[in-house]
Design a protein around this ligand. Structure first.
Ligand code: PMP
Length: 356
């Protein structure tokens, strides 16, 4: 039976990316060696990093003066690296979900941290609006897509201080105005690569402004100076990231990724809104994520949750159970997910409706 992969992360990657990676794991560039058994300093590997950096810059239209880094540690490591490197006096955070709150918690260890707005008391069912960011903040941190709650900032906010963005779960799904940011980071394990590599886009002249000592490995400048080769980078995930970046470019770039994401999301949200059995969880329709589509059984049909999960699983749906902190269902629709998989889920919802 065909599987439809709605996993939230690690998650679906394009088939050809996986095939290319499989081939390189058997024989990297005809070298007779596996990608897993070469040095990161092998002359054949440097071009992989160089091309991945170049494609990041091209696909996201990154202006001059920014570096692209491939690090370890996950997005969670960036929660502390960001304040380590940028927080001198004060930082501002928008609390839109579990990950945003975890990022804010780390900043508190480094200096004054202002929560400018929060939707926590309402179960993170919308993105707060009409907040004011202190003009003397060193940066304003946003989580552009809230993977667990299914809300998303669809555009880069206009504020009077530089932005820092956690784009773990929506990178390469829309054009980004990078010039508004001093730092964009994320775990790669959604739209880019398997787990194990963290991407960071950093504005060079925003570095070196804090007075504290920064441990060598946690200092972005170290990795900028060494081109992500200060220590051994995650070779295999970087190689896979390169394959995905080539795929994104060949498909038509981030504009095409955005068009597909909008089409997938419309198909599924329209069904959630139409089908009497289901209800979307995000209260502000404009804040609905195109990447993580969250829904529950409508109140009168609450008892059917386990039945629907079983029904859908038997028809090939994978990974649609909601995050353990939210419940219900979450269909993650990342770049590599074909619209046919969303159609299969919609068909499943309609069939299930006919039975009840
Ligand atoms: N931020 C967001 C928005 C996430 O979705 C996740 C993981 N799902 C993280 C941060 C944490 O990433 P990691 O596991 O790479 O530390």
């Amino acid at each position: 039976m065909k599987k439809h992969n709605f996993n939230a992360g690690p998650s679906i990657l394009p088939r050809e990316v996986i095939e290319n990676a499989a081939q390189a794991i058997l024989d990297f560039n005809g070298s007779g060696l596996s990608l897993m058994e070469i040095s990161h300093r092998a002359k054949d590997f440097q071009p992989v990093v160089d091309e991945a950096v170049a494609l990041f810059k091209e696909l996201l239209n990154i202006p001059e003066g920014y570096s692209v880094l491939f690090l370890g540690g996950g997005a969670s490591m960036e929660f502390c690296m960001v304040p380590y490197n940028f927080l001198e006096k004060k930082a501002a955070y928008l609390n839109t979900g579990t990950w945003a709150k975890k990022a804010m918690k780390e900043a508190k260890g480094f200096g004054e941290t202002i929560e400018v707005a929060s939707s926590e008391k309402d179960g993170y069912t919308y993105i707060p609006k009409n907040y004011e960011v202190p003009a003397d903040a060193d940066y304003f941190h946003i989580t552009t897509n809230n993977t667990i709650y299914g809300t998303e900032l669809h555009a880069d906010p206009d504020v009077n201080v530089p932005l820092v963005g956690d784009m773990s779960s929506d990178i390469f799904s829309r054009p980004v105005d990078v010039s508004k940011y001093i730092c964009i980071y994320g775990g790669a394990q959604k739209n880019l690569a398997p787990a194990g590599v963290t991407f960071v886009i950093v504005k060079n002249d925003a570095l070196g402004k804090v007075s504290r000592y920064i441990p060598t490995m946690l200092n972005y400048q170290t990795h900028v100076d060494k081109g992500s080769m200060f220590n051994t980078p995650p070779v295999v995930p970087i190689y896979v990231a390169l394959q995905t970046l080539r795929w994104v470019k060949a498909q038509g770039g981030v504009e095409e990724m955005q068009r597909r994401a909008q089409a997938r999301a419309k198909l599924l949200y329209d069904e959630i809104d139409r089908n009497k059995l289901f209800r979307g969880t995000v209260t502000n329709v404009e804040d609905r994520s195109l990447m993580n589509i969250c829904f529950v059984m409508a109140d009168e049909y609450k008892d059917l949750e386990a039945d629907f999960l079983k029904f859908a699983t038997e028809r090939g749906m994978v990974g649609i159970k909601g995050h353990r902190s939210v419940g219900g269902f979450r269909a993650s629709c990342y770049n590599a997910l074909p619209i046919e998989s969303v159609q299969a889920l919609v068909d499943c919802m309609q069939e299930f409706e006919k039975l009840h």
